[in-house]
Design a binder for this molecule. Structure first.
Ligand SMILES: [Zn+2]
Length: 256
């Protein structure tokens, strides 16, 4: 297992080296499912931004954008494609590496896997993925080598106006959690797609669902909940809500 290296002092962000051959099956899925998708001229408009996108891409992925910003999240949308990302998550031993950093009950959960795609970034879109105190992380790594014109990741140092660039490297993932302020570095389209692999993971505690559900449901329909089940396949959420109501109505609840 490779060690985690903190990106910069005081930041909730890390880099992790890994053997690039671990991406083989996910690359194959990309080429099989999304190669034909992008060869269809009707889909080129998706890259220009200007509208919120929610639509399937083939049978294995589902596309989300954040408003009109031209960056597309192709969320794994079946047990098959989800499983590819989950095997990568397991191969990186992220659970072992991040358990000490994540408030959890028994285990960590991978929530969803994605391809993050675009060919331009007209302006920075500074944001944090998770609000302070939310025990979850986002991983990003290039699926294919970036082109020279492609934007890298830009991020803010804590309590400072300083901005830094993290250059994506093949065989290296950046993994960041709550409070990490970042954006894609702006760049112009030269017609080549920039394809990153992303996945999200974190706590198995329902008590954090109120702050987790927005980042998770904004970019996927097929995801694992803190209980470890795929959304819509269990009654755990309702049970956790009823548990709060009936077992501890007036005291801070003993969250599980
Ligand atoms: Zn469940």
């Amino acid at each position: 297992m490779q060690p985690l290296r903190q990106l910069d002092q005081g930041l909730n962000a890390y880099v992790l080296s890994f053997d690039e051959t671990l991406l083989k099956d996910i690359r194959a899925s990309y080429l099989r499912e999304l190669g034909p998708f992008w060869r269809n001229p009707a889909h080129q408009d998706l890259l220009t931004g200007g509208k919120t996108i929610r639509q399937p891409a083939g049978s294995e992925y589902y596309i989300f954008s954040y408003g009109d910003y031209p960056l597309l999240w192709f969320s794994s949308h079946s047990a098959l494609s989800f499983g590819l990302f989950e095997r990568f998550y397991q191969a990186l031993e992220l659970e072992t590496l991040f358990k000490p950093l994540v408030d959890h009950q028994a285990q960590l959960v991978m929530y969803c896997g994605f391809f993050v795609m675009g060919d331009r970034a007209p302006k920075p879109l500074w944001h944090v993925d998770y609000s302070i105190g939310t025990p979850a992380y986002t991983l990003l790594t290039p699926l294919f080598e970036l082109q020279p014109e492609h934007g890298q990741l830009i991020y803010a140092l804590p309590d400072s106006q300083d901005r830094r660039v993290y250059p994506y490297q093949k065989g290296e993932a950046i993994i960041f959690g709550n409070g990490f302020l970042h954006s894609t570095e702006p760049y112009q389209s030269e017609g080549k797609l920039r394809v990153l692999l992303s996945l999200t993971f974190g706590t198995d505690k329902w008590q954090y669902w109120d702050s987790l559900k927005t980042p998770i449901t904004n970019q996927s329909k097929y995801y694992r909940q803190p209980c470890g089940h795929v959304a819509g396949s269990c009654a755990c959420l309702i049970r956790s809500k009823l548990g709060k109501l009936f077992f501890n109505p007036h005291k801070p609840s003993r969250e599980t």
